[in-house]
Structure formats: C-alpha cells, structure tokens
Write a protein that binds this ligand. Structure first.
Ligand SMILES: [Fe+2]
Ligand SMILES: [Fe+2]
Length: 242
C-alpha cells in the first residue's frame, strides 16, 4: 500500500513502507507539462510505484526520470520505466551516465553539469553535483527553483513509518539513524569527506523551503538552517565520534 501526499504544489510523495526493515521507500512525482519522476524505487517495487503514479497522471507520459546516485532503491526499475514511457529519458550527472546508466539502461541518459537547469514546463530544476553527498561519486541532487524544494535523496534519512510531512526538526531522528548505522553490521552509510561541509553549505545557500527526503518525513521550514545543522551533526557523529 503506497501513501500519496502532495508535499509542495504539483510534487507528490509516494511512500511505500517495508515493515521488515522499518523503512519507507519514497519516490517523488512532479506533475508538469513534462512530468518528472525522482527515484524509481527498487525493481521489485515497480508495479506498486506505477500504480501510485497512475493515480496522479498516466504513467506512460513520464518524460524525465532522475535520481541521486546509481543504487537499486534510486533507479532499480529504470528500464521498466523507460519501457512503459516511450518519451522518457534519464537525467543524471555525467559520471552516473558514463560509469553506469549508459551501459545499464535501454536508452542513453541526458547528463547535466553542476548548476545546469532542466525545464519541465512550469518548473525549473537546478542540478547540483554533490560527489559523496549523500554517497557515491556520481551523486547529484535537484532543486526546484519556484517553490524551493530540494530533492535530497538519502540526506535526513529516518527509520519508521513516519508522517509524510512535518514542520518539526528532523535532525535528531537523522542523528539516531546515522548512529544506528555506524553501530550496525553495515557502517559507513554516509561518508564524511573533505568536500562534505562545502557541499552542504552550498545546498544551504539555496535556501530550500521543502526538503524532500527519500526515507522519512518531508521537512517544511527553514531548509538553510536544517542543512547547516545536518552538517554539524554529521561532523559530530562521523568525524568527531561524539
Ligand atoms: Fe543511497
Ligand atoms: Fe536511498
């Protein structure tokens, strides 16, 4: 069962909760002249996600498919989507296209440089190349410039079947997630590199109003402050081990 919430004008959050791992897998659909799907979800989730998209638009009309980095929950059903949406094209970082997508996918990707803009009709999406943020050298994020929504992938990751949207601080939930990962058999989920602080500061300078995270509640409020706080938290937990 997928829950659907409009988290910003024309931006729909499609959330499917997996109780076995206590985690939501979320895709974002932007309804515009050229509809955009941000994250496809896992390959095994394809029919569930397609059914959710079909409640909002005809899924065969998807024009753009994007995601932060090449990983199964981000783009596992990319080829299934490219097959049912004949005009759909992948849009990603040049590294993602070169290293993975142009070999894996049934059609070549359109790649965007840092700060390059994708126009979908009413909306403009500014691409941010963010190597290793949240992870993967191919990582990138999209910023919708009208309503100031940042599609932030695994940043602000939270466990649980949480509420779709909140105006309350999500940093402590995210801190607990990172701490739990570090203590688990699967540490090093988010790396802290020599570029992490600079990249988070650049994202904060965009002053997003909505932070559309892939696993957890969408935060609405002072996104600049939230990203600065995220930087402090990641530094404390990953670098200083506090
Ligand atoms: Fe990821
Ligand atoms: Fe993810």
């Amino acid at each position: 069962m997928t829950s659907i919430t409009e988290i910003a004008p024309d931006v729909y959050r499609l959330s499917t909760y997996d109780p076995k791992i206590d985690l939501q897998f979320i895709q974002f659909l932007v309804k515009d002249e050229q509809p955009l799907l941000f994250h496809t979800g896992l390959k095994g989730m394809f029919s569930v996600v397609r059914d959710a998209v079909d409640q909002i638009i005809d899924s065969s009309q998807i024009r753009w498919i994007s995601f932060s980095h090449f990983e199964a929950d981000e783009c596992g059903s990319l080829n299934e989507w490219l097959a049912i949406a004949p005009n759909a094209q992948t849009v990603c970082s040049p590294i993602a296209a070169f290293v993975s997508v142009d070999d894996f996918a049934i059609r070549p990707a359109k790649s965007l440089q840092h700060n390059e803009v994708l126009n979908t009709g009413k909306y403009r999406f500014q691409f941010q190349h963010t190597p290793q943020v949240p992870h993967g050298w191919d990582a990138g994020l999209f910023f919708e410039t009208t309503h100031k929504t940042l599609f932030c992938s695994d940043l602000f990751h939270q466990f649980g079947d949480v509420e779709p949207i909140t105006e309350s601080d999500v940093i402590e939930r995210s801190r607990q997630t990172i701490i739990n990962y570090e203590a688990s058999p699967f540490p090093n989920y988010i790396p802290y590199t020599t570029h992490t602080d600079r990249i988070l500061q650049e994202l904060a300078a965009l002053k997003p109003r909505t932070l559309a995270t892939m696993h957890g509640t969408t935060f609405v409020g002072d996104g600049e402050r939230a990203l600065q706080d995220l930087g402090v938290m990641l530094r404390e937990v990953l670098l200083l081990k506090q």
